[in-house]
Write a protein that binds this ligand. Structure first.
Ligand code: 9PG
Length: 677
């Protein structure tokens, strides 16, 4: 029986503890005062490109004055400063080029520990669980042990779509790369190290752990230089690196997100909006009349469930890239439709893949100079999507080209201010950050993406609600209001394709969507509002079982993200509407995943409300699991299971749950004890 330790009462959001820094024999030692967390033998590193060769350097010894080092051969100088802020250690590195020839930056490494150095978190790396964050919205994200290997999708067009093609997964046990942020947790003691970059507006950053079978070969926080040139005399302040130790890995991730959100001025509205989206029932067959029909059904649902917006997803446009022209399924045009949506009392939303263009689009022929190109000058393939065409792929626009940026602003301005869609779902945004030859060769991929997003925001205005999707996470903070944090849901749990081609982690599958909803819950309201993707509750035209539907609904409700219905509303039976309503009732809690780093299911989410806590116990596994869940400190004598309404006895501060079916979940409603007078 799985014991879902540690007890809840002992896991208040434990405060992070900074690491102290000391220079010893030219290397840095970073050490927590009261916890077994230590990094020693750390130095600075740099990788540049010479022709087709990567040339690496690491500082043998840092000089005590200013903690700096010069790479003599190139004249490049790195300098490190450290400071303590809100319980974390902040490392800031600058790079300055004192040489005569430009250097092409492949990688800047503000923290590098090679073999011979140590990374200590608890006693034994065999007990480590490493939180590996994926590159973009759809990339699978979860903790890994050092016996596990990470894996990219099995086909190149899927890698383009779902992960960072510049940094393939190692595919070897114990070699992990986590985008933007990582945590290492000792599963025995809970002792944890959190580490992440605070700013991703200019550079993609990642944490790399190479410790097969627990033997440390390399630990590094790296910034991707994307091959851009550093000119002689040029000096750059690099994004600060955040490090903290603690007794609770998820709390550290949350503390990092808090700090990163502050640094990049995250946009967080008061409440997560509730929506409806056309994609997951109608897909690209959607017609104008389908939207209108759902307006009525959504109106009838009030006040039981009060929907804020109606989103017209993919399927209205003449072609991918020709957004201003609807196809024949939308005879009255888009302004008319937005008017109808708003007249029914909803905000109107529309889907765009603003950085994509397909060969049949007028734009593709009209503006060849706007395309991102490969090194050999061909248009850069960005997305092969069977839904659009089995033949040719979609290509990427170059979001450093001033005319493209103008066009993006104009597009957003038209959608928001002329048609009346206040909500824009911006999809396939990774296309803006694909490697390629750009108009502005000095722009990093992160900067290119950010400029594209910024252009959309400028046109849409400060009041528009922007939802990022298929988007590399960091550079969007401060521009988007919400972000898809996982793969697409689907009317099935998983499929042969998702298990094999997508390695059971990335891309379309309800299982993968739910997993990311839990593993990235800590980002919610810190970097943006999380969008866990749509809720599908329909009983027909879906292969999801009732247990799977409840799991999806509970994960979305408990983690308080965007609550978006993906069904045709007028055909939902009463029992499914009731299910929808109970999940809707879970919104507004402050949630955390209690045992994010536990090796086995079930996963426990605790969400706190004014009068009660609700515990969601999720079994994403393929076999039933029994669990004993500690509820001491929050529960009075009885705990109710929300789906069944059954009371569950509490013994010794614990609730023993009968086996939870595969893909199922239990929701434990624990009334908060009334505090003594
Ligand atoms: C519209 C959809 C919906 C959905 C988005 C995005 O081929 N693929 O792997 C693939 C992945 C995601 C995807 C479509 C295709 O979905 O996430 O909500 O807007 O586009 O086309």
């Amino acid at each position: 029986m799985a014991e879902t330790a540690p007890p809840l009462s002992s896991t208040p959001l434990s405060t992070p503890a900074p690491l102290g820094v000391q220079l010893r024999d030219g290397r840095l030692d970073l050490r927590a005062a009261a916890l077994p967390v230590e990094l020693s033998g750390a130095t600075l590193g740099l990788v540049i490109r010479r022709g087709s060769r990567r040339v690496s350097w690491q500082a043998e010894a840092l000089r005590a004055d200013g903690l700096s080092a010069v790479w003599p051969e190139t004249g490049v100088r790195l300098e490190l400063r450290s400071a303590e802020r809100d319980g974390a250690l902040i490392i800031s590195v600058s790079i300055e080029h004192g040489g005569a020839e430009p250097v092409l930056l492949e990688e800047v490494v503000p923290l590098l520990i090679a073999a011979g150095g140590t990374v200590r978190v608890g006693e034994n790396p065999a007990d480590w669980s490493v939180f590996r964050n994926g590159y973009q919205s759809w990339s699978g994200t979860r903790p890994y042990t050092l016996r596990e290997a990470d894996a990219d999708p099995a086909a190149s067009f899927l890698r383009e779509l779902l992960v960072d093609v510049r940094h393939p997964a190692a595919g070897r046990p114990g070699v992990l790369r986590s985008d933007l942020v990582a945590a290492i947790v000792d599963r025995r003691s809970g002792t944890a190290l959190g580490i992440g970059f605070l700013d991703a507006r200019d550079f993609f950053g990642a944490v790399e752990v190479e410790a097969p079978r627990g033997q440390l070969r390399r630990f590094a926080a790296v910034l991707d230089g994307d091959g851009v040139a550093l000119a002689p005399g040029q000096r750059l302040e690099l994004p600060p690196l955040w490090l903290a130790a603690g007794a609770d890995g998820e709390a550290l991730l949350a503390a990092w997100a808090e700090a990163a959100g502050e640094t990049m001025q995250a946009r967080v509205t008061a409440r997560s909006p509730v929506g409806w989206c056309s994609w997951y029932y109608y897909f690209n067959r959607v017609r104008e009349s389908d939207i209108v029909a759902n307006l009525e059904a959504l109106t009838a649902l009030r006040p039981r469930l009060s929907c804020d917006y109606v989103m017209l997803d993919d399927g209205y446009q003449r072609a991918i890239g020709d957004w201003l022209e609807p196809n024949r399924k939308f005879p009255h045009g888009l302004r008319w439709l937005a008017d109808r949506i708003r007249a029914a009392g909803f905000d109107a939303g529309i889907w765009l893949a603003p950085f994509l263009v397909r060969p049949e689009a007028r734009l593709f022929r009209a503006q060849p100079a706007w395309l991102l190109r490969t090194a050999s000058g061909r248009p850069r393939r960005a997305a092969w999507n069977a839904v659009w065409s089995l033949g040719r792929p979609a290509y990427a626009l170059d979001t450093t080209h001033p005319e493209v940026l103008e066009w993006l602003s104009e597009l957003a301005r038209t959608a928001v201010h002329q048609w009346g869609f206040r909500i824009l779902k911006l999809d396939f945004l990774y296309a803006g950050a694909l490697p390629g030859r750009r108009f502005d060769a000095s722009a990093t991929r992160a900067q290119a993406l950010r400029r594209g997003l910024q252009a959309v925001r400028e046109g849409a205005g400060a009041d528009a609600f922007l939802l990022g999707c298929g988007c590399p996470l960091g550079p969007a903070v401060g521009i988007v209001d919400a972000m898809r944090i996982g793969p697409d849901v689907a009317p099935f749990w998983s499929s042969r394709v998702s298990r094999w081609l997508l390695r059971d982690r990335h891309g379309v599958a309800t299982k993968n969507a739910v997993r990311n909803t839990l593993t990235r819950a800590f980002m919610h309201r810190r970097l943006w509002l999380n969008d866990p993707d749509c809720l599908l509750v329909r009983a027909s035209e879906s292969a999801l079982t009732l247990d799977e539907v409840r799991t999806l609904a509970a994960a979305i409700g408990l983690t308080d993200g965007l609550f978006v219905l993906g069904d045709r509303v007028d055909t939902l039976a009463e029992d499914r509407l009731a299910l929808l309503e109970s999940a809707y009732g879970l919104l507004g809690g402050a949630s955390r995943v209690v045992n994010l780093f536990a090796p086995d299911p079930p996963q426990v989410v605790r969400s706190a409300y004014a009068e009660r806590d609700v515990l969601g116990v999720f079994n994403l596994g393929a076999r039933p699991v029994a669990a004993t869940v500690p509820v001491d400190g929050i529960a009075t004598a009885t705990v109710r299971e929300l789906w069944s309404g059954d009371p569950l006895p509490v013994r010794d501060g614990r609730v023993a749950l009968p086996p939870i079916p595969a893909h199922g979940c239990r929701l434990l409603s624990c009334e908060r004890p009334v505090p003594p007078e």
